[in-house]
Design a protein around this ligand. Structure first.
Ligand SMILES: [Zn+2]
Length: 584
């Protein structure tokens, strides 16, 4: 039974009854499930069963809890939540005692707390669904405060965090009778049984002013001096509400001749509407580099077995304004030829990083993108076999029973960390070689990641499909450092959960976050384990893109852009997270 703690100064607060919230929460659970409805694999079904068992256990725990245990009082929240401390004073709450006094400059701020054990579920399914409903269906500009780290612990007045029992989020919305009515409706869709407390912290104009001030300060500097419309092109593209408004505006933004005006964004390029043959990708990279030489440079990573160049682009200079080396993010795609959407997504990320709003990130980091780590395999999928996975090197003269020689090394299995030698003469789709790094592609990448002068601080390897954001270990039998005490797991998990949640804000697609071996399946010799362990790149991830199996490797072209958009949110989140954690 949830212990509600309401402080609603308004006469209309009766609609926030406990019963209503209880009804609402039950409904939201259904909603969240509908949002992610798709055929479940056996593994997913097991996971769902586990979650249901956890839910039952949690409900039992909650039934034992007293309201005193979870009573929040007026404690403030988190390290930079000064507004909450301010907002929770009784005088501020009583300052607007009548709904008729609400104006557009007044803001409501609520805090909702849930048990920590539920935070992952809330982050990846409940809150995005709630926010999407509010913004898209009710036009209620609900602002769930998103912080660099997942949801925050409550800090009582002595400044020490309470036990990690619960995590709280705050959200704001403009005060108005209509907004109140919408919220009442929406709350009736939340999974109430998970909520520990719900509290109105503030309702006043001073809070609105301070929140606006904080938002302004978080905008890139060059955007704050531009027009209102141009501001929306900047940092605030993160915001679903503004994204919706931008979409509406863009409809009327075309000139009479059908040509878009200067507001056209780089990511709007038609190039991102379809898949492209290797030659066109090379041309695209060369064109971008020629247009913006101050931001992009082409990087030659080496030659493949069939003599193709493994091409990369670096965005942002390698050195900062004062000549200091920057930290670099490396993103690889297309190590498996048939995973076309990974290549397309890496090119979308390239465009997103070229947007003016990304300039602050490129002041801190350089980003090396390798769109087709396996160009031979990619080209082969365009000409001969759409579902070919490996590279195209001759692996064995030995002929199979059909008289065919064996071609192809699985690049993503051929790295030294947790490497598993293949049997000589075997020719399966995951043929890893008899010793590590027998492919030119893995050699090129490994030597780049190993080279400390490259200052690589984060590595993301794009694959498809599955909608997963994975951190080491990919192998279920790592050579060292595995086990429940993997030293970096807390940080990596925190980033992955937050990024997955952030990605879902784009199109409500759920990405599951977790340790590779446990969340997907065993991958020996992966570049991610290698990057993390041997190259000592702590922030190493594998991002499995859309979908969950309906289309698999043949994802329709119309899904390229949405996949790019949600991936960009995740990558941007990763960059900011690393920036803050590493104090860059
Ligand atoms: Zn793959």
């Amino acid at each position: 039974m949830a212990a509600w703690s309401h402080r609603r100064p308004r006469a209309s607060s009766s609609s926030y009854s406990t019963q209503r919230k209880a009804a609402l929460l039950a409904g939201l659970f259904c909603l969240a499930r509908i949002c992610v409805a798709s055929p479940l694999t056996e593994h997913q079904q097991q996971q769902q069963q586990q979650q249901q068992q956890q839910q039952v256990a949690f409900d039992a725990h909650l039934n034992q809890a007293t309201s005193a245990e979870y009573s929040d009082g007026v404690a403030c929240i988190g390290h930079d939540f000064s507004t909450c401390r301010f907002a929770s004073s009784p005088s501020s709450s009583s300052s607007s005692s009548s709904s008729s006094s609400a104006s557009s400059s007044s803001l409501n701020l609520h805090r909702m707390c849930i048990p920590s054990s539920q935070s992952s579920q809330w982050a990846t399914s409940v809150l995005p669904a709630f926010e999407a409903l509010a913004i898209r269906e009710r036009d209620l500009p609900l602002d769930i405060w998103k912080y660099p780290y997942r949801m925050h612990l409550v800090y009582p007045d002595n400044g020490e965090p309470e036990e990690e029992d619960k995590e709280c989020i705050v959200f704001t919305y403009p005060s108005s009778d209509l907004a109140e009515a919408h919220l009442d409706d929406l709350v009736s869709n939340l999974p109430v049984s998970s909520v520990l407390s719900w509290q109105l912290l503030a309702d006043n104009e001073e809070l609105a002013r301070r929140v606006e001030e904080q938002k302004r300060q978080s905008l890139p500097k060059e955007d704050t001096s531009t027009s209102e419309e141009e501001q929306e092109e900047g940092e605030e593209e993160d915001d679903v509400a503004i994204a919706g408004r931008k979409a509406r505006k863009s409809k009327g933004r075309k000139t009479k001749g059908g040509r878009k005006d200067k507001q056209t964004k780089i990511v709007d390029d038609h190039f991102h509407n379809g898949y492209h043959a290797l030659e066109n990708i090379t041309a695209f990279l060369s064109y971008q580099a020629s247009q913006r030489p101050q931001v992009i440079e082409l990087v030659d990573m080496g030659l493949t077995y069939e003599n193709r160049t493994i091409q990369a682009v670096r965005l942002g200079k390698k050195h900062g304004r004062h000549g200091q080396p920057k930290k670099e993010i490396v993103i690889t795609a297309g190590s498996h030829g048939r995973e076309w959407v990974t290549t397309s997504t890496s090119l979308y990320l390239l465009s997103a990083l070229l947007e003016p709003s990304s300039a602050p990130l490129l002041e801190t980091f350089s980003v090396l993108i390798i769109p087709t780590l396996n160009p031979d395999g990619y080209a082969y999928t365009w000409t001969t076999d759409r579902f070919f996975r490996k590279n195209r090197q001759l692996v064995s003269e030995h002929r199979d029973w059909l008289g065919r020689k064996c071609y192809g090394m699985d690049i993503a299995r051929s790295f030294p960390t947790n490497f598993k030698p293949a049997l000589p003469g075997s020719c399966g789709p995951t043929y890893a070689g008899t010793t590590p790094l027998q492919s030119a592609e893995s050699q090129a990448l490994a030597s780049y990641l190993r080279n400390e002068t490259n200052e690589v601080i984060a590595y993301v390897d794009l694959h498809s499909y599955g909608q997963l954001l994975l951190y080491p270990w990919m192998s279920c039998r790592p050579s060292s450092g595995d086990g429940p005490d993997m030293p970096d797991e807390e940080d990596l998990s925190e980033l992955a959960l937050g990024a997955a949640r952030e990605g879902r804000y784009a199109h409500n697609k759920a990405y599951r976050a977790g340790r590779g071996c446990q969340t997907m399946y065993n991958q020996d010799g992966s570049s991610v384990d290698f990057a993390h362990e041997e190259a000592r790149i702590k922030w190493s991830f594998e991002l499995e893109l859309r979908d969950e199996g309906s289309y698999g490797f043949t994802l329709p072209p119309e899904m390229i852009r949405p996949t790019g958009e949600e991936s960009w949110r995740m990558i941007k989140y990763l960059m900011r997270f690393v920036q803050e954690k590493e104090k860059l």
